[in-house]
Design a protein around this ligand. Structure first.
Ligand code: FES
Length: 210
């Protein structure tokens, strides 16, 4: 009787050990697949993070800017400030029209040019040149700048960002592509902050008192 039982149990034990081995192999296979998937997802997530962390180091080593021509100097009359546009040297083909960067060109004398970024030094709204008042005005919060780019009034705490310029073969060029950020100040020229003195009691008009 016991022999009969042993004979019937033996194939069962064999089958269950085979099933266990199969299950183990399947589990190991799925575990390896999940490891591979996790590694893939990790790599995809790591690329932008590593790029972000290494960005400032790479950027400080390679100069992204380059000299861009704004055209013949004769297109900018002496004593006037004119609007100009150039294509950003760091633009991608997918940037489309956003690759065109506007700027203001001031020809102070026959040989002296100033080229300003249109962005207000406060929060970046585009400033407009008003030849009647000879001021750049910002439509957002009332910032105002003198014709040489210095701050005149309003919330900006400095003058307009200014590009480096050079004249070569009758062409006016600016050094563009280095964004005026805290990390790259290349295209900014430090300007002294001109504070408007608050009106004193003696300088204030007292016409309302008379
Ligand atoms: Fe120009 Fe605020 S953005 S004054």
């Amino acid at each position: 009787m016991s022999d009969l039982m042993n004979e019937s149990e033996a194939p069962n034990a064999e089958a269950s050990s085979e099933a266990k081995a199969d299950a183990h192999t399947r589990r190991a296979f799925l575990f390896k697949i999940s490891l591979l998937l996790n590694a893939g997802v990790g790599a995809v997530l790591a690329v932008p993070i590593v790029g972000f962390l290494l960005g400032p180091v790479r950027r400080s080593k390679e100069s992204s800017g380059s000299w861009i021509s704004l055209g013949n100097v004769d297109t900018f009359p002496v004593g006037e400030t004119r609007f100009a546009e150039f294509v950003s040297p760091v633009a991608n083909f997918s940037d489309g029209d956003t690759a065109k960067i506007p700027c203001w060109v001031r020809r102070a004398s026959s040989a002296k040019f100033q080229v300003f970024a249109v962005n207000c030094a406060h929060l970046g709204c585009p400033v407009r040149w008003f030849p009647e008042s000879r001021l750049f005005m910002c439509p957002c919060h009332g910032g105002a700048y003198y014709e040489n780019g210095d701050r005149a009034a309003g919330p900006p705490d400095r003058g307009l960002f200014e590009y480096r310029t050079r004249i070569e073969d009758g062409q006016l060029s600016i050094h563009a592509g280095d964004m005026p950020t805290p990390a790259t100040q290349a295209s900014c020229k430090d300007k002294p902050l001109i504070q408007i003195a608050p009106a004193t009691s003696t300088s204030r008009s007292n016409t309302w008192e008379s």
